[in-house]
Design a protein around this ligand. Structure first.
Ligand SMILES: [Fe+2]
Length: 190
């Protein structure tokens, strides 16, 4: 599968190593004073101690992204009025251990900025039956938008991983919508 079907690179949102370190430090401070969300519950009812989301807000992003980048991200990453399940769309994702293959329930697409990765960490995309890997995203500390409605998972890691993410909720846009906006120059480019 070609890049673009399941994910695409957004060079306009790549961050420098220095900024990445700064964001990790901010997360560590933030983590001391803020409880994260609940551990993620899998669609099959099991609860894996895999995902923990910490709303980041915008102040955490000061000098990491400029106002224009944040404005563009906010255009597509916004909560849905009246829907309490779509809360703050900017967050840190802290994860560790086994990640079951899943499709996101609320989100259609995710802006993902890798902050801490283990040695061999990439995002796997699977066919609907979960029998065949159809694509693989090697993060390489670059910023991507991926299609979270495709069955996806990662290898189990004992090391913690950390990402900053922006969530595109189902009601706001589909992955295809976002990709078309990006390709037509409406996102992140002006
Ligand atoms: Fe996911």
């Amino acid at each position: 599968m070609k890049q673009g079907t399941h994910y695409f690179h957004v060079p306009e949102l790549d961050i420098t190593e220095q900024k990445r370190k700064t964001l990790v430090e901010r997360f560590k401070i933030y983590q001391k004073f803020n409880r994260g969300g609940d551990w993620y519950e899998n669609a099959n009812g099991t609860t894996s101690k895999t995902f923990n989301y910490y709303p980041s807000g915008e102040s955490t992003l000061k000098n990491i992204f400029d106002d224009k980048q944040i404005r563009h991200m906010r255009d597509i990453c916004k909560s849905v009025p009246g829907d309490p399940q779509t809360t703050e769309p900017f967050d840190f994702l802290h994860c560790q251990g086994e990640v079951f293959k899943h499709k996101d329930e609320l989100r259609s697409a995710v802006i993902t900025v890798p902050l801490l990765l283990d040695n061999d960490h990439g995002l796997q995309f699977w066919n609907d039956e979960g029998t065949e890997m159809i694509d693989y995203l090697q993060y390489d500390y670059k910023t991507y938008i991926f299609n979270s409605k495709i069955l996806h998972g990662v290898n189990t890691s004992v090391e913690p991983r950390l990402f900053w993410q922006g969530s595109v909720f189902d009601q706001v846009a589909s992955f295809e919508d976002i990709r078309k906006q990006y390709e037509s120059g409406q996102l992140f480019k002006d």
